[in-house]
Design a protein around this ligand. Structure first.
Ligand code: C2E
Ligand code: CA
Ligand code: CA
Ligand code: CA
Length: 278
């Protein structure tokens, strides 16, 4: 418990400034990383729940830090969001994803769509659609090859800029997915209004599929999503039992360690060429 009085206050204060310094350091380093291309993408496949065929590759950003090694996004995305660095970071991710598709095309690898993550803060920055437009032109990438995953949140559901960005992406004929569905606040009626292609149901729901109540909850999500013409993707599928339950529920696609962890580009190219992943 926190101590009242001077001693406790001083302790709390020191801790805070310590955190602040660490945060400022991260911010400085992250800025440097963006400018010096220390960020790279790994790819995790998503597959058709019935056939096992690859439907898409999700681009997941990694920071190849000179001292700390490979830093996962959970360690820096929130700093990037709080400092506004998410905007240049996001631009670089979109560039890299398009550049990778162009590279695979040159290498004669059959292409599957790449899904890029876009945070609420980023979409509220208002420049996602113009970045996508620019990159698609620069790398000659057709809209069917790019998907956007937008984390569900109040910020997106209620924001005018976000709605305009989403509409602009839809005019360019990109497929849009609600990411981490079930962890935020949006209702399905708000989602119906946004007219997106699918829902990615958060891993928290997949992990409950061993329980009857977890199955019923997932069944309800699938039936509501299908009622408004949205595809359902289950995230975080780790076992064959989960796969079988999801197949029985009519879930459209799955993603997770059961199929593959996120992998570097060369391994991703090898996965594409295998076509069926179960
Ligand atoms: P997400 O979009 O929900 O991505 C899925 C995360 O779950 C990934 O972690 C992935 O490695 C992990 N995962 C996938 N399958 C399984 C599984 O079967 N079991 C378990 N336990 N985990 C699994 P990662 O790569 O660390 O990414 C974390 C989050 O960082 C992402 O969550 C996404 O919200 C964010 N992120 C990643 N790249 C970007 C980016 O380029 N831009 C933005 N704005 N956010 C990003
Ligand atoms: Ca995602
Ligand atoms: Ca997700
Ligand atoms: Ca997530």
């Amino acid at each position: 418990a926190k101590e009242a009085g001077k001693g406790g206050y001083r302790f709390f204060d020191a801790h805070l400034s310590d955190q602040l310094v660490r945060r400022l350091n991260w911010q400085k380093e992250l800025k440097h990383a963006i400018e010096h291309e220390e960020l790279l993408l790994h790819y995790q496949p998503r597959v058709d729940a019935v056939t096992g065929e690859i439907t898409s590759l999700e681009a997941l950003v990694r920071w190849k830090h000179p001292e700390h090694g490979m830093v996962p996004p959970d360690a820096f995305i929130s700093v990037a969001e709080e400092t506004g660095l998410i905007v240049p970071l996001g631009e670089q991710v979109i560039h890299q994803a398009c550049r990778q598709l162009a590279q695979w095309r040159r290498d004669g690898i059959p292409l599957v769509p790449v899904a890029v993550n876009v945070s609420a803060r980023q979409i509220n920055g208002g420049s996602v659609s113009s970045t996508v437009h620019y990159c698609m032109k620069a790398y000659a990438i057709e809209p069917a090859l790019l998907e956007i995953e937008i984390t569900e949140s109040e910020t997106v559901a209620g924001s005018k800029i976000a709605a305009e960005e989403i509409a602009a992406l839809q005019r360019m004929e990109l497929s849009l997915y609600v990411d981490d569905f079930g962890t935020g606040y949006s209702s399905l009626s708000q989602l119906q209004h946004l007219d997106m292609q699918g829902l990615k149901v958060d891993r928290a729901f997949t992990s409950q599929l061993a329980k009857p109540s977890g199955v019923e909850l997932f069944r309800a999500i699938v039936s509501m999503a299908h009622a408004i013409d949205m595809l359902v993707v289950a995230e975080g599928v780790e076992t064959v039992e989960q796969l079988h339950t999801l197949q029985a529920l009519g879930c459209n696609e799955i993603q997770g360690y059961f199929i593959s962890k996120p992998v570097p580009p060369d391994n991703a190219a090898a996965l594409i060429q295998r076509k069926k992943l179960f």
